[in-house]
Design a protein around this ligand. Sequence first.
Ligand code: F6P
Length: 316
Amino acid sequence: MRIGILTSGGDAPGMNAAISAVVKSAEHNNIEVLGIKYGFQGLVKEEVISLNCFDVDGISQRGGTILKTARCQEFIKEDGKQKAINTLKKYRINGLIVIGGNGSFEGAKELAKSGIKVVGIPGTIDNDLAYTDFCIGFDTTLNTVLECIGKIKDSDSSHEKTTIVEVMGRYCGDLALYAGLAGGGEIIATPEKKLSYDIICKRLKENVDKGKKDNVIIITEKMYDIEDLKEYIEVNLRISLRSTVLGFVQRGGNPSGFDRVLATKMGVRAVELLRDGIDRRFVGIKENKIIDINFNEINYQNISRQKEYDYLDQIL
Ligand code: F6P
């Protein structure tokens, strides 16, 4: 048996650990592995390499992805998809493991329509796949966010300043929510729990009036124009603020122990599925157990964090 593996969409720390686990467990099960470089683009353009245990030696601890990644427009077109299928057939790849987020999973579903056996592993710092409690990369990025905010707080408290910090997440507020739960901020605004400019001002004023002059306001990207929000608060509360967009520092760094273990478990499960002739499954973790579900059952809308928001309300 021969399987392919690719990483697609935004890179996430822990993708390498998943690649390593797939290659090692495949070898254990006498399955050959081919790596597809640059995600779906590599399928379209036939960028295929062989992978064995020596190729993945030592990669688990490294951020990024040795297979490279891309967001591929060509694959969305019929012609590009056909080229991808031809590559899979030419290399006699019997099963494909796709590591990525929702866009990548949609790509996997497209290939399955043509009879390709696919299994997905969730790898995205956004944590925006609601069928799984955690995606590979989220924990590492959360730690990076907290480390950055910690440094901002040192300066904020010295100057008695408030900073608005914009974190990634695309349309999912998990990074901001969990950073808030970890004590990283005083005011948290996410797509799932939007706050109006006036509410943010009101909460900040309450804190300042109580004597808490250094505050961190964490916002998920794409919700507000951070400079516009800053100016609104400054004008309304007559205080000067700082603003920081954390940006791509959030995607880098060596994966945390949690992400490495998660990636390893998910990688092994993905190989087991293909080995046992089971496909069209996306692997996840639910209540600390590795699960896999039919790929038609996945839900991108993150509605499963109500309990976390309740906890947050009680500590802010
Ligand atoms: O999906 C991961 C992510 O980092 C999002 O948080 C962010 O919105 C997006 O990717 C940035 O995309 P790109 O790498 O294409 O600029």
